[in-house]
Design a protein around this ligand. Structure first.
Ligand code: SAH
Length: 212
């Protein structure tokens, strides 16, 4: 289930799907994905699919985690990174191995608590978790060199764009509920924001408010 061969096959699939950042591929190979799942699903951890983590939420597909991480790192190293939607903590764990510090916000408390234990277990101490509505960003800790959202708003929240430093990049799925979504990249330049539409995706919605 967790054998090196199973993980190697996942990396080969990611490469065939167009993931080319070798450091990202190495991190995904080295990071156990099965510990981010409940035991009953752990045997499916190295399939290229999203998997349920409870509360109607999902652990993102490895391809999406790889793609978003690669996009976030494309313009060079990132020191301060905001993640919206910690979920299982898997994407957080991958990010934490590539950037200075990750500030990750989750609205569902029990998911956050599980993620906290897993990240500690992996010895990732450059992660700061907050139980809050991530659609508002984390203004006290901004501005950020990059922001990654693991949940899709219908419209990009202005707060996230505002908390991007100059040279910073936001990677975010966007789409109305029930309609096709697309992955977008927003780069903040001295003189404004540049938008790029990357590819079609399927994410859980960004929801306002918090669950205790
Ligand atoms: N990358 C995560 C994805 C989890 S799914 C993983 O691989 O496990 C997306 C997560 O975003 C869910 O946990 C959901 O609760 C969270 N979420 C949705 N809206 C949010 C909001 N406004 N603020 C913070 N988290 C939110």
């Amino acid at each position: 289930m967790t054998s090196q061969r199973t993980r190697d096959r996942m990396i080969e699939r990611l490469r065939a799907q167009g993931i080319s950042n070798q450091k990202v591929l190495d991190t995904i190979r080295a990071t156990p994905r099965h510990i981010f799942l409940d035991e009953a699903l752990a045997h499916r951890a190295y399939e290229d699919s999203s998997l349920p983590i409870g509360f109607q939420q999902t652990l993102s597909q490895p391809y999406i985690v790889a793609r978003m991480t690669e996009l976030l790192l494309a313009n060079g190293p990132r020191e301060r990174v905001l993640e919206v939607g910690t979920g299982s903590g898997y994407q957080t764990a991958i990010l934490a191995q590539h950037v200075g510090r990750v500030f990750s916000v989750e609205r569902i408390r029990p998911l956050q608590e599980k993620a906290r234990k897993r990240l500690r277990h992996l010895g990732l101490h450059n992660v700061h978790l907050r139980h809050a509505d991530g659609g508002m960003g984390w203004p006290e800790r901004g501005p950020f060199d990059a922001i990654l959202s693991a949940a899709a708003p219908e419209v990009v929240p202005a707060e996230l764009l505002e908390q991007l430093a100059v040279g910073g990049r936001l990677v975010i799925p966007v789409g109305e509920q029930g309609k096709p979504q697309s992955l977008y990249v927003y780069d903040r330049h001295e003189d404004g924001i540049e938008e790029q539409c990357i590819e079609p995706v399927l994410f859980v919605p960004l929801v306002g408010g918090v669950v205790a």
